[in-house]
Design a protein around this ligand. Structure first.
Ligand SMILES: [Zn+2]
Length: 1011
């Protein structure tokens, strides 16, 4: 109350004071209305300063996406996107020259749904007049390091679809202003192939930026694909500093930049000073920019919450700067800017490959986030593969208006691609929110899958719903469906779905409670199976995590993994039955060397051509032998950690954190515990080598499928030191500093240790500065061999020595790295209020091939990692096969897609239409045979349907490809433009319906069927 009274008094006082003052002034001259000339024309021959009013609205970071939207939890960050969009409409209506761009569709769609028809109509007019322009247009501004290209395409498609449906517009500009480094796939695929005319971003290495400023090469023509070259190049601009206005030009309500005070009747009139400052800043930027067009990004994170404060100042700047006449200021957008750049007819420097890794200062390498939050990264990748399969099954059944859909998983996955989501750079409560959304989406998609399988297996089409269960927690050996003793006399029916376009065989492992089990195939024939003990370490993990996340304390304790081999047709399923047996199934032989009397020097493991040789004494892998490919290579596989640089108390302290990887000195080996060396399990299906590396690292090497399953955590930090855990494989391959990492799971890019192609690198961080993002794999080679590692999620990796590859698999840190998140990356899992450091369970896969043969494995097997078998379980009393479909293929049963093609989208759009995306998996020259053009016969893919129309679309399916290519701007480049012939698939004949794909091509179609 006291406060209110005194405020009132002071208000009264100031009103009176102003009145007195005004009274004096009125007698001389009066303040009056000024009409600002805000014309947005370009003036030739002058330096044009393009003022781009924008807001950068993170779809979750310090607050959750919903909190940012409604403006709650403001003690963390005063941010409310609703305010931005609400205040924008009247601000734009106030002057038709004002312009604004909006980017994040996840927010815009929330807002749009809440508007009246009247407001929606006004906004449509603003969009049509160009005052409001959607750019980028995906649901989020996706990360570029830790995202998979299929997820990037899906989230962009969702956003672009909405913009097309509601506004009939196709975004023209890529706007990746905040992601921490920029990928080749973003440039040639997610920009050029969605029809963008340019791509803008802010974060590139500080050394690179300095050189580009000197050479006026911040703006380039980016040819990011070796295979597609200039056909998919894009005009790209890195901003001179960041995505904010020049210093002193910030105009949010509480910002302290000097406003333009142009009323001569009031004190502090400052138009000349402000105009001078504007002109000086413009000229300084012009000095590092080609052509007489520069862009000012007028806004930053969550700005324009009261849009008028910005526009009022921008109106004045345009008016007075243009009156002054030295430079020309205008309301602009990145589209107008791009057109002006294009019209200048300049030849631009060429940029190839990518902008990774990113460092903003000497010791600030943003390579930690490649691994940050490995569990979320794993969950996103798992959900992504599941979503692709679920949409296929949704299509095979036919999408119904009612009932569960895959849409909420699509939404959750889209939001998870944001550059503070899958990147691992959000606060903990926000990470939890992303996981919750994925879980809700998964649960609904699971129902879609169950309903589709019920429909597809129901042979007489009784319409009866078969209850299918799935086991998303199979990774922690939790699968209630299979944990039965069969005492009810029922069979366990396992339907195995294969989302790939080719037939495939893989080993399935499910937990069982008894050894008295038998496995039969679709035809009812008994097949070979093998039991592997589930060891205490995994039982402990299962117990802790089911209690923490499900609140379940299961009394059932599975004893074995039941392993059997499944063969499944393309885009189809096979059925397997597990039932009670009188005799025990084959239990694996166990060999524990230290318990054996006559110790051997070496142990050979592996049932097939591939043998791994272990040293008994040292309890470690020493040799890799493939009798088929004649590869014999000495190999060492180990774990180590980097002590994280902490807070050294200095002003310039740069600790390791969610974004930054800064090791304190060289790595420390994590020694295998000599008391418990390796244990080998052998059987007819798999051989496994178990190793407890330390009390918190456990590893299982599966020789048969070349897997290394690892469990890392809780990482001990009781010594007060954060740790970043890496696994490494060392061979004698003479890789001469060179290795290769993928771009978003697609093209491989050559990396050279301590070297950058674009500038002479000053090496400050010999480890962190050589880390790159990995989504598919990493490899190195010499004249005879190549060593490849593939991953099951996004991780950071490098080759720190010749012949060696390493992956950072987990990080636990105690200090924040001062890049905004404001929390140490210290993930824990709690039961009630008892918490332990997060344990991460994951897989990686390694293989050594004769040089030239590795690509086949990396590409085909890589696709199998992305799209694992989908398992669904039910019980059956009688003979299931008598009354159900037991094998199914969604395509012509005699057909299979070529080995180099994957179906990356098969989605029912309703109304008898599907969205189909086909991807060639190989680059030019990558494989002797598979880098060739390939064809897909759509008549066989859609064998039971009649195609009445096929339209080839842009990548995000918002316009016809021909129309997109007709509109796209062509750019001139500096220097030699000679390049090898670029191969592209030809047009699709609507009668023959054969799609041709050249290396690295992705082709998108909307196909209509006869009802
Ligand atoms: Zn951001």
């Amino acid at each position: 109350m006291m406060v209110a009274t005194s405020t009132m008094e002071s208000l009264l006082c100031s009103c009176l004071c102003v009145l007195v003052l005004l009274g004096c002034l009125i007698s001389s001259t009066e303040s009056k209305y000024i009409k600002y000339n805000t014309s947005s024309n370009i003036v030739p021959g002058k330096l044009n300063v393009h003022l781009v009013a924008h807001t950068h609205d993170d779809v979750g970071w310090l607050k959750t996406v919903d909190q940012y939207y409604v403006g709650s939890n403001n003690s963390i960050q005063g941010a409310c996107v609703q305010n931005v969009l609400d205040s924008l409409v009247p601000a734009l209506l106030a002057d038709k020259n004002r312009r604004f761009i909006y980017v994040e569709q996840a927010f815009f769609q929330r807002w749009w749904r809440e508007q009246s028809e009247a407001v929606q109509n006004i906004v449509k007019q603003l969009v049509n007049s160009g005052q409001l322009e959607f750019i980028n247009g995906g649901m989020v501004m996706h990360d570029e390091a830790t995202t998979h290209y299929i997820d990037m395409i899906d989230q962009t498609t969702l956003g672009h679809h909405f913009i097309k449906e509601e506004f009939g517009k196709t975004p023209r500009i890529g706007w990746q202003i905040d992601p921490f480094g920029h990928s080749a796939v973003q440039a040639y695929l997610l920009s050029a192939q969605v029809g963008f005319d340019s791509l803008f971003f802010a974060r590139i290495d500080y050394q690179d930026r300095a050189k580009r400023k000197d050479e006026k090469s911040l703006e380039v023509v980016w040819q990011a694909s070796k295979s597609l070259g200039s056909s998919q190049q894009i005009f790209s601009g890195a901003f001179p500093k960041n995505y904010e206005p020049p210093a002193n030009f910030y105009y949010e309500v509480n910002d302290d930049s000097p406003i333009v005070q142009d009323d001569v009747n009031l004190f502090d009139y400052n138009v000349p000073e402000r105009v001078n400052e504007f002109v000086a800043a413009a000229i300084s930027q012009a000095n590092i920019t080609r052509t007489n067009h520069i862009m000012w990004t007028m806004g930053t994170d969550f700005k324009y919450q009261y849009a008028h404060t910005w526009f009022r100042q921008l109106d004045k700047f345009i008016h007075y700067v243009n009156q002054d006449g030295r430079v020309h200021a205008l309301y602009s957008t990145p589209s107008i800017y791009t057109d002006a750049k294009h019209a200048a007819n300049e030849a631009w420097p060429i940029k190839t490959e990518d902008y990774f890794p990113y460092a903003d200062v000497e010791n600030g390498y943003w390579t930690g986030y490649f691994t940050s939050r490995p569990a979320i990264k794993g969950y996103v990748r798992f959900s992504s593969g599941y979503y692709l399969a679920a949409r296929q099954l949704e299509y095979f059944k036919g999408k119904s208006g009612l009932g569960p859909k895959t849409d909420s998983l699509a939404d959750a996955l889209a939001i998870a691609q944001h550059h503070d989501a899958v990147s691992g750079t959000e606060k903990q409560h926000v990470a939890n929110d992303y996981a919750k959304r994925l879980s809700i989406g998964y649960t609904e998609a699971e129902k879609v899958v169950a309903a589709s399988l019920s429909y597809l297996t129901d042979a007489p089409k009784t319409g009866r719903q078969i209850k299918f269960q799935q086991c998303p927690l199979l990774n922690i050996s939790y699968c209630p469906a299979s944990e039965t003793d069969f005492s009810n006399g029922k069979d366990l029916v396992v339907v195995v779905y294969n989302p790939l376009g080719w037939k495939r065989e893989d080993v399935i492992r499910i937990p069982v409670v008894s050894e008295y089990v038998v496995v039969r195939d679709s035809s009812g024939k008994q097949i070979q199976s093998q039991l592997l003990p589930i060891l205490d370490t995994f039982i402990g993990l299962r117990k802790y995590y089911t209690a923490a996340y499900l609140g379940v304390s299961s009394t059932v304790k599975p004893k074995y993994w039941l392993a059997f081999s499944a063969t499944v047709p393309p885009l189809g399923f096979s059925t397997y039955y597990v039932s009670k047996a009188k005799q025990a199934a084959t239990i694996s032989d166990t060999y524990t060397p230290y318990k054996s009397r006559n110790q051997k020097d070496t142990i050979e493991v592996g049932p097939g051509n591939l043998k791994l040789i272990y040293s008994e004494k040292e309890a470690k892998l020493t040799e890799y032998i493939n009798s088929k490919s004649k590869v014999k290579e000495s190999i060492d596989q180990a774990y180590k950690y980097y002590s994280s640089y902490g807070d050294d108390g200095t002003q310039t302290s740069q600790p390791s954190g969610a974004y930054i990887f800064r090791p304190n000195g060289s790595s420390v080996p994590i020694k295998s515990d000599r008391k418990s060396p390796l244990t080998v399990f052998r059987g007819p299906i798999v051989h496994e080598v178990h190793q407890k590396i330390s009390s918190w690292i456990y590893q299982v090497v599966l020789n048969f499928t070349k897997i290394s399953l690892i469990q890392v955590g809780p990482i001990p930090t009781d010594d007060g030191v954060g740790k970043e855990i890496a696994t490494e494989i060392t061979t004698s391959v003479a890789s001469s500093k060179t290795f290769y990492t993928d771009s978003n799971g697609r093209d491989f890019i050559e990396r050279i240790r301590d070297y950058r192609k674009d500038w002479k690198l000053q090496v400050n961080q010999p480890v962190a500065g050589n880390y790159y993002p990995i989504n598919l794999g990493i490899y190195l080679k010499d004249k005879s061999k190549e060593l490849s590692i593939l991953v099951d999620r996004s991780v950071g990796g490098s080759s720190i020595k010749d012949g060696q590859l390493e992956l950072m698999v987990h990080r636990r840190l105690l200090v924040d790295d001062s890049r905004g998140v404001g929390e140490p990356l210290n993930e824990t899992v709690c039961i009630h209020d008892k918490c332990a450091g997060l344990t991460v369970l994951g897989k990686y896969y390694f293989k050594i091939d004769p040089v030239g043969d590795g690509a086949r494995w990396r590409r085909s097997f890589g696709q199998e990692i992305y799209s694992p078998f989908l398992l669904a379980f039910t019980e059956s009393e009688g003979n299931w096969g008598d009354s159900h479909v037991t094998t199914f293929s969604g395509i012509n049963p005699s057909y299979s897609l070529p080995d180099n093609i994957a179906v990356i989208t098969l989605q029912d759009l309703g109304d008898g239409k599907v969205l189909l995306r086909l991807a060639h998996l190989y680059e030019v020259g990558e494989d002797k045979y598979l880098s060739a053009k390939a064809t897909v016969e759509l008549k066989k893919v859609f064998h039971n349907k009649q195609v009445i129309k096929i339209s080839e679309m842009s990548l995000s399916a918002n316009q016809e490809r021909a129309e997109m290519e007709r509109k796209r701007l062509a750019w001139k480049v500096k220097g030699s433009t000679q390049e090898p012939h670029i191969s592209r698939g030809g047009p699709v004949d609507p009668q023959k319906l054969v799609v041709e794909l050249a290396p690295m091509e992705i082709r998108t179609f909307i196909i209509s069927f006869k009802h």
